[in-house]
Design a protein around this ligand. Sequence first.
Ligand code: ZN
Length: 411
Amino acid sequence: MHDVRCGPGRPSPPRAGVRDADAPPRPAQSRSRAQDSGGTPRSPSTPTPTLRRPSTRPRRSSTASPRPPTRTRTPAWWSRPSRGADLPDDLAAFARDAVRDHHTLGDAEALVDRHGFRSRGWKAGRGKIGALAAVGASAAFDDWTYEYITYRERERWGTEREVDAESLFAAADWAYPAAWDTVDRGEGEPVCVPHTPGPILYGIRGDDPDVVREVADRVDAEPVSDAQLFVTNQGTDAHLRDARLGDVADGRGYRVEGVVATEPETRRGGHVFVELDAPADEGDATLDCAAFEPTKRFRDRVRALRPGDRLTVCGEVSRGTLKLEKFCVHSLTATERVTPTCPECGNRMESAGADQGYRCRDCGTTAPGKVTRPVRRDLAPGWYEVPPCARRHVAKPLVRGGFDAPTHPEG
Ligand SMILES: [Zn+2]
């Protein structure tokens, strides 16, 4: 099926970048796409955007362009000396806590009063919490990313979005890894296009403001009414704090070390659970970890864990269970203890009774106890992560780098 609105003779749609061509990007703390507000993985049950055949409208050749730069470029106006240094410490702390903890409206209003800020609220006024956090963020954090958001024409709001999948995947490939989480190659689906009825057409996230803008320019889609570049904390892991395994609490995100205590278990619905023990020097504590069904192929990594593996796990704790966003394998159990086999006939020996060791019923050979043998592992040391389709907006993709071990990025 060919969409006539994209066919030959269609007037050039207003491309992204009308309003922001010369203006600096607006800072936006915790700016999230509509479909993943609240930090939940994008729902797999919602309809996918309309994917059309490639249009005949001429597009730039992606092969003619050089690879985009991959280094992070922070504009001068966003540097801490110009924006963060003058901010009071308690405002920076408020911003940090807003990302990692919880605030009441009273917390925000007390801070406003203390510093004599002018403020205004609508309805319950809870927007003051996020607004204050956005102001303090430049002093609280130093890792920043970008999202270039395009907006739909008003009359199209609520209708299916028309985004050409082929051009989107080509643009995503061209920009990766300077722009990330544009598509999920493993699942073969776009992830930058929301499924909700809101005004956003798509949002391109990445480390380089020019690259995310260029990606948007390369995507063939319905007309864009407006576009904005946002500075964000998306993809930074700003929500995670280091903690001891026994100290975690519900509703917060952590980076904790532990030792796999149980064989991973797949439960009804395809959710995979594994229990961790605290490291030996932290005393007795256990923590259930889960990789839910929407995390797709990530669950195979969790299923590959074995008791004794030493890990760092990252995610938010809810009802006592850490919802895995990524984990690092520091060391793998290399051996397992098994019932010995008979050296004469090769059959598995049987228990000779409590504390009696093992014996072969046929040959009469005996062994004093279980034996150690190497175990084949389908997992390498390093960091593993959920795929882009299940990524929370604030979770840092491994491809961004800066991790303390080898990484196995999902793109
Ligand atoms: Zn035997």
